[in-house]
Design a protein around this ligand. Structure first.
Ligand code: NAD
Length: 455
């Protein structure tokens, strides 16, 4: 009996399956727009998984630095950039290269303007810039935090209006077109306990093929993907997470102030409450909110809620309490100096820590900036120390123009204020050498001394 073997060339008629195969075989080319705190680590994760990654940024200096194999983010080593470059990673400012990408992930800033309203100019600018280069079956993902509705109301119309082929966004499995997804970034800078790939990735697509493609793509680097029914659900999920943090931080910040009046140590209370094995999650008081997320994101929702004639009262209340915290710290410093027959005016004050949280090199929205400005306004002579910032100049909301002071001769300051509890500081030595320590982070926990005010 003769056997006839029929061989067939496998041609993939279904373009979505073809792209999934390209992802599985790592032939897929990935473009990441915005080489900042979110986009650059993401690019490195994909590169580690053997994808060809191109980083896009409008900042030419960042592109030059990356292409020279160097890093501008402290916790990312140049050796990691070098390693990625050896696997094909490169950066560019040239949007025409979007045409060569199978998937494009947008990680650009979403700040607030001076009136605390969403500033979506970076997202709009990016989408308008890439629209001329998108092609059928390309996956476009927005990761930037934003209000529910952004993907459908801003990204989709700009992509459809701006591409020269009249492409539409795919809404059904049968319809080819551009595949659009919102998938929020959930990074926690400085958190070494949870690995980035262990953070589940929420995915909300404009159509089923978009969700399939994004699940395949993110499934290559994250251990779990969580598909949801729409981009708006994914957008709202991110805001719920951050509003939850914002409200709970405001709650402990308020309770801290009450506890201080009552002579109770809020930190001891939190440690005791934490022993409850259900129904309680610990949040910690501090000198005020910082970072790109918690002080900003909730207001994206407050703004959008107005369109629906709705007031987000929890967000406003929490925002008010948290915004007042740096002012509370100033009051505490003033009364501690007053106890020593000194005034803020003319006192020498050293602020420890500029970063918005411990062990990171990010000072966006940091309460230290507000505290320094308020102290200066009151006539204090302010210095700072932060191992991550040799100098601090001018930003969107501050103009300090200061240089880092060495951590020595602490006795010459009327007060040393711990605003960021970097782990490199020797708090015992700081307390023993200083006249007065104002500790806004419980960094001096366990140190017994009469010159500490914990607030
Ligand atoms: N940093 C975090 O920990 C964090 C966590 C979760 C979510 N997010 C969100 O992720 C987004 C990005 O945040 P980030 O911290 O990475 O910001 P970032 O400022 O560190 O980086 C943004 C990058 O985008 C670049 N950029 C701006 N406009 C551009 C354009 N039109 N084209 C190309 N590049 C452009 C900037 O030059 C910068 O390098 C924001 O929406 C933020 O809310 C941030």
């Amino acid at each position: 009996m003769s056997i006839t073997i029929v061989t067939m060339e496998i041609t993939s008629a279904d373009p979505v399956t073809a792209i999934k195969q390209r992802i599985a075989t790592r032939e897929a080319r990935i473009g990441i727009i915005g080489m900042g705190y979110v986009g650059l680590p993401l690019a490195l994760l994909f590169s580690d998984e053997s994808f060809q990654v191109t980083g896009f940024d409008i900042a030419e200096d960042k592109v030059r630095t990356l292409n020279a194999g160097s890093s501008y983010i402290v916790r990312i080593l140049s050796s990691e950039i070098e390693k990625a470059r050896a696997s094909g990673f490169r950066a560019t400012t040239d949007y025409s290269e979007i045409a060569n990408m199978d998937a494009v992930i947008i990680c650009v800033p979403t700040p607030l303007n001076d009136h605390k309203e969403p500033d979506l100019s970076y997202v709009k600018g990016t989408v308008e810039s890439i629209a001329p280069f998108v092609h059928p079956n390309q996956l476009i993902v927005l990761e930037s935090t934003t209000y529910p509705g952004t993907t459908e109301e801003i990204v989709v119309p700009a992509l459809e209006a701006g591409n020269p082929h009249g492409l539409k966004v795919s809404r059904t499995l049968e319809q080819s077109g551009i595949h659009v997804v919102f998938s929020p970034e959930r990074e926690d800078p400085g958190n070494d306990i949870v690995q980035r790939q262990d953070i589940p990735k929420v995915i909300g697509g404009c159509g089923p093929a978009a969700v399939e493609l994004a699940s395949e793509l993110y499934g290559a680097i994250f251990n779990r993907v969580v598909p949801v029914s729409s981009p708006a659900v994914a957008e709202m999920t991110k805001l719920l997470e951050n509003i939850y943090r914002c409200v709970n931080i405001a709650l402990v910040n308020e309770l801290k102030q009450l506890c201080m009046r009552m002579g109770i140590d809020i930190h001891e209370v939190i440690e005791a409450a934490k022993t409850k094995p259900f129904g309680y999650q610990a949040f910690y008081p501090g000198p005020g909110l910082g970072g790109h997320c918690i002080p900003i994101d909730p207001f994206y929702l407050s703004w959008k809620a107005r369109e629906f004639d709705f007031r987000t009262r929890f967000i406003e209340l929490a925002g008010g309490i948290n915004t007042d915290m740096p002012y509370f710290v100033i009051d505490q410093i003033a009364s501690a100096l007053n106890e020593r027959s000194k005034s803020l005016k003319g006192s020498r004050i050293l602020v420890l820590g500029l970063a918005y949280k411990r062990d990171i090199d990010d000072l966006r929205e940091s309460p230290s900036l507000t505290i320094i400005e308020l102290l200066r306004e009151k006539g204090a002579l302010v210095s700072y120390n932060d191992p991550y910032f040799p100098t601090v100049g001018r930003g969107r909301h501050y103009d300090l123009n200061m240089t880092c002071t060495p951590l020595e001769d602490l006795g010459k300051y009327d007060a040393v204020v711990i605003v960021t509890d970097h782990t490199s500081y020797d708090y015992k030595a700081i307390v023993s050498e200083s006249q007065l320590v104002i500790d806004t982070r419980n960094a001096t926990k366990g140190i017994q001394a009469g010159n500490i005010l914990r607030c």
